[in-house]
Ligand binder design. Structure first.
Ligand SMILES: [Zn+2]
Length: 49
């Protein structure tokens, strides 16, 4: 199960709207540059709730 985070910006490539969070794995990945990162940001937790 994953969800696109339309309002968040990728820290690496600065693209907005390409971040997709995987709630099962607890990671967010960027579909623009392909990078992924662990989700520890409160904003992402609120977006998924
Ligand atoms: Zn990116």
């Amino acid at each position: 199960m994953s969800e696109r985070l339309s309002g968040l910006r990728c820290a690496l490539c600065k693209a907005v709207g390409y971040l997709v969070v995987d709630h099962v794995r607890g990671i967010a990945s960027c579909e623009s540059c392909g990078q992924s990162a662990l989700v520890s940001d409160g904003e992402i937790e609120r977006a998924g709730a």
